[in-house]
Design a protein around this ligand. Structure first.
Ligand SMILES: Nc1ncnc2c1ncn2[C@@H]1O[C@H](COP(=O)(O)OP(=O)(O)O)[C@@H](O)[C@H]1O
Ligand SMILES: [Mg+2]
Length: 274
């Protein structure tokens, strides 16, 4: 195992049960440096406080456990630094890229996400603490990815999850993510693909994405990939029809803006739900 890499660090210095203050600050320093070196760095990512919020003890342990299970062998720089989740470029085995999405336990305002959890019959009582809500959210995002994937909807392939961390297929040429439809040229075949994916998601996976827009669909060469599935709810969720209408309207609006139009949102809705 190469020395100087994160996995070497983990295997050489950590016990499974806990990390000393020294170990966790050393790991944070390495990640901070890798974020600084990364040209995809966003403006707040050299903020030490953010690093401490992302990589708290529980998160460091989750990463370590994923490494010891063989789900990850490296964790490199940040690909995307959102307010509530950050996505890292990770590696599994000998050089297979993975996207590692880490939800920030300390800073997340998860209350607004409750509407996407309550009413989804797959999950029981809503937990009281924000840590537990985030764990549930991650489990939900992972299950949604699995369900979509096994129903033949193109999403990043999910590999594993633990606490606030999800490991999935990397879409793009690391360390850059693939462009989203918002950043790419689109044509009639993309339009057809999007509505057929919404339909497949609804009919086969029995899911509604609930946060669908041009920002949550990759266009990568000939591939299109729907992602960011945490909000997705089952068809039986009381708000499913509202969410579906919003998803469809967002996409109709986006393609109209790009000069591509076949039918209105209401007509698509009729077709998808018939
Ligand atoms: N599987 C992936 N492969 C490569 N990059 C990804 C992947 N998933 C997310 N990203 C990058 O992270 C960004 C945010 O991911 P997303 O899941 O939409 O998180 P958020 O919940 O913060 O919107 C994406 O726009 C993309 O740049
Ligand atoms: Mg997103």
């Amino acid at each position: 195992m190469p020395s100087g890499t994160l996995e070497a660090f983990f295997f050489s210095t950590c016990s499974v049960q806990s990390l000393s203050d020294e170990e966790s600050s050393s790991l944070r320093e390495r990640l901070l440096k890798s974020e600084r070196d990364n040209r995809y760095l966003r403006k707040d990512s050299d903020d030490r406080k953010v690093m401490e919020e992302v990589f708290d003890q529980a998160t460091l342990l989750a990463i370590k456990e994923l490494m010891s299970k063989g789900e990850l062998s490296e964790l490199n720089g940040v690909v995307s630094a959102g307010k509530e989740a950050r996505v890292y470029y990770g590696v599994a085995g000998k050089g297979v890229p993975r996207a590692v999405k880490i939800y920030m336990v300390a800073s997340a305002d998860f209350k607004k996400r409750l509407v996407y959890i309550a009413g989804d019959r797959r999950f029981g009582k809503i937990p009281g603490s924000s840590t537990e809500i985030i764990k549930l959210w991650v489990r939900k995002e992972f299950k949604n990815l699995q369900l979509a994937h096994s129903s033949g909807v193109r999403v990043p392939r999910p590999y594993s999850f633990l606490r606030n961390v999800i490991v999935m297929e990397y879409i793009g040429e690391p360390p850059a993510p693939a462009p989203t439809m918002a950043e790419a040229e689109v044509d009639l075949s993309d339009y057809k693909w999007v509505f057929s994916s919404i339909s497949k998601l609804y009919k086969s996976a029995e899911l509604v994405h609930a946060d669908l827009s041009e920002y949550n669909i990759f266009k990568w060469g000939d591939e299109r990939v729907v992602f960011d599935m945490g909000s997705a709810v089952t068809k039986s969720h009381p708000e499913a029809a509202t969410f579906l209408r919003r998803d469809v309207s967002n996409m109709v609006r986006f393609f109209k803006k790009r000069g591509i139009f076949e039918k209105e949102a209401e007509d698509w809705l009729g077709e998808i739900t018939k």
